[in-house]
Design a protein around this ligand. Structure first.
Ligand SMILES: [Zn+2]
Length: 177
């Protein structure tokens, strides 16, 4: 674990979304007092180059994978958040501490193997537990999980393609997150 890394050491790069490929990336690092919280970009699709994930399938991935992560013996105490990106090309995972993407990799393989093989009632897909409980598609969620597993098992990628940050007319630096 890279607990000795200081937030000042994060390279101030901008992600070049035209070159990003499916993978597991450190998106940002925050400090809360003396603790770190690391946000990972769990990118499942190449942005703007292939169809994004259908909202129904993404919603099912959210429910099934969140339930898996919060029950994983090794990581459950460090999971802060799991949820989909608005662009529907991936998910965000926020964990306590500052693990490297390579350390998150086995957890994501386990989680998406679980999703790919999941054949039961979607957890929490009831009007009591979910804001849109009919917006689900387990078959497509399983299909998307198989595609992502193929990427992270056979072509794992942990480093973002980078680009210069844009400076606006008034001299402000552009941030997309
Ligand atoms: Zn829901």
């Amino acid at each position: 674990m890279n607990t000795d890394k200081k937030p000042e050491m994060i390279p101030s790069f901008q992600v070049d979304h035209t070159r990003i490929v499916p993978g597991i990336y450190e998106s940002r690092l925050d400090t809360l007092g003396s603790e770190f919280a690391t946000t990972f970009d769990i990118r499942m699709k190449k942005p703007n180059a292939e169809p994004a994930i259908h909202p129904n399938a993404m919603h099912t991935i959210e429910h099934v994978v969140a339930t898996f992560l919060r029950n994983d013996d090794e990581w459950k105490d460090r999971i802060i958040y799991w949820g989909p990106m608005g662009c529907l090309t991936g998910c965000y995972l926020i964990v306590k501490g500052h693990p490297a993407p390579e350390e998150i990799h086995p957890l994501m393989v386990r989680a998406f193997e679980h999703m790919a093989e999941y054949d039961d009632v979607v957890p929490g897909a009831t009007p009591e537990n979910c804001g849109n409980y009919i917006l689900h598609d387990l078959n497509m969620a399983r299909y998307e999980a198989r595609l992502f597993l193929d990427c992270i098992k056979n072509r794992p990628c942990f480093a973002y393609p980078t680009a210069e940050r844009i400076t606006t007319e008034k001299g402000m630096t552009f941030f997309d997150s």
